[in-house]
Write a protein that binds this ligand. Structure first.
Ligand SMILES: Cc1cc2nc3c(=O)[nH]c(=O)nc-3n(C[C@H](O)[C@H](O)[C@H](O)COP(=O)(O)OP(=O)(O)OC[C@H]3O[C@@H](n4cnc5c(N)ncnc54)[C@H](O)[C@@H]3O)c2cc1C
Length: 390
């Protein structure tokens, strides 16, 4: 078994490190101004292109960077070290857009890959959070078109996006639509403030008698949950990678601080209670990082969809919970200085909290794992694809 990165993976990691380092100059501005100016966004867009990090999850034949899942995870781990969710400026079209027809691809996906358009994904509603089967948004057929009515919450990047992947029910069949934000009847109801500072907003949207043609259906009528699940799987894998990167940054900063900070006549790193927190973080980071690489690699080998869904839940749950413990320990090591917003550790502590909630809460990840075990047994989950003869 060879754990070394390939030369391509090393080069990719170096590029991700270089971009992340350049992006750190924007962290405090983002924190203080709750986002970046248009001019800063333009510069950031150029930086992403310069480092070849645009649309990393999209095939090269359509203009994306064409990374596989493991490569994608290697990049996510590095960029996840940024605060203010600046990693999200590095646009990655929702993978559900791979289901575009050739005409939809020209209109939506290719411009997004080129950085000219941006999507947001709207699944969650007031009455449908953990249970998306309860969506109330309806698309009713009217001649050749559909009339959409409903309300969507927490739409990440909803301010910067110009089109929305919207999950609606067509006569009870969950269906994904491509909805341009400037259509009559699409409006922002409210833009709440959240715990974290995020380079974009998460507005609530109203859809009132929004008329779209049948050519705006993504995939097929009834395929909406399938597309949603594929999106969840990719996002959950990348949450694992990103949060582990963030935990590593916080831990390294805390370890450096502990070496320098003197109390009771010696560096606080000499105290075993401080060492214990750093040791706990090290165990959390080392174990979750290697497991994330493993599952990302397994995903690239081609795995049964349901099993991959459950494996993605394992690492999303493991890494998001572990990294939250790590940033909390790191903040504690900084004492009062850890509670200042100018400290990246404080920002990561606030910002990682949502990773236990979005793309399915920790409880829902646990339910997915439990369901897999009860329906298909624990063998698949506990097994390792690399140990099966090819
Ligand atoms: C900042 C932010 C950004 C987001 N971005 C997006 C986005 O871009 N697009 C989008 O569609 N959504 C987005 N979401 C929504 C997110 O996915 C939901 O918040 C999440 O799925 C949980 O749904 P809920 O908030 O309605 O909580 P609920 O489903 O109401 O859950 C409340 C509590 O009950 C628990 N619970 C629910 N069901 C069970 C069960 N079966 N067993 C045990 N416990 C259970 C939950 O774990 C939780 O603790 C975002 C959320 C946030 C906070």
């Amino acid at each position: 078994m060879d754990f070394r990165f390939t030369p391509r993976q090393i080069e990719l990691k170096q590029r991700a490190i270089a971009w992340t380092e350049e992006m750190k100059q924007y962290e405090l501005d983002c924190e203080m101004n709750n986002g970046l100016t248009d001019e800063q966004h333009d510069k950031v867009r150029q930086l992403i292109k310069n480092h070849g990090l645009a649309a990393i999850n999209m095939p090269a034949e359509w203009g994306g960077a064409g990374l596989n899942t493991l490569e994608h995870a290697i990049v996510s781990e590095e960029v996840g070290k940024l605060t203010g969710a600046l990693w999200d400026t590095m646009w990655r079209p929702a993978n559900a857009l791979k289901a575009c027809t050739p005409a939809q691809r020209e209109e939506y996906l290719i411009p997004e890959i080129n950085g000219e358009r941006r999507d947001a994904v709207a699944i969650t509603e007031p009455e449908a959070g953990s249970d998306p089967q309860n969506i109330q948004t309806k698309a009713v057929k009217d001649g050749d078109s559909y009339i959409i009515n409903g309300e969507k919450w927490f739409v990440t990047v909803g301010d910067a996006a110009d089109f929305i992947l919207l999950l609606a029910s067509v006569d009870g069949a969950p269906t994904m639509f491509l909805v341009d934000k400037d259509l009559p009847g699409v409006s922002v109801k409210r833009t709440p403030r959240y715990t974290h500072t995020f380079v974009y907003e998460h507005p609530e949207f109203l859809f009132e008698d929004v008329r779209v043609g049948a050519e705006k259906i993504l995939g097929e009528i009834g395929q909406g949950y399938e597309l949603t699940r594929d999106w969840f799987v990719e996002e959950r894998l990348m949450i694992a990678a990103r949060t582990i990167g963030a935990a590593e940054r916080a831990t390294l900063l805390a370890a450096d601080f502990a070496k320098e900070r003197v109390q009771f006549g010696k560096p606080i790193l000499d105290f075993q209670l401080i060492q214990r927190m750093l040791a706990q973080n090290t165990v959390d980071i080392m174990t979750n990082r290697v497991l994330t690489y493993q599952v990302a690699w397994e995903a690239d080998q081609g795995m049964d969809r349901k099993l991959l869904n459950a494996k993605a839940a394992v690492i999303k749950l493991g890494a998001s919970e572990a990294s939250n413990r790590c940033v909390d320990n790191a903040l504690q090591i900084f004492g009062g200085r850890g509670y200042m917003r100018e400290n990246p550790v404080e920002r990561l502590w606030r910002e990682l909290r949502v990773d236990r909630i979005w793309e399915g809460t920790s409880e829902i990840q646990t339910v997915i794992i439990g369901n897999e075990i009860s329906k298909r047994g624990a063998e698949g989950l506990l097994g390792y694809a690399g140990a099966v003869p090819q």
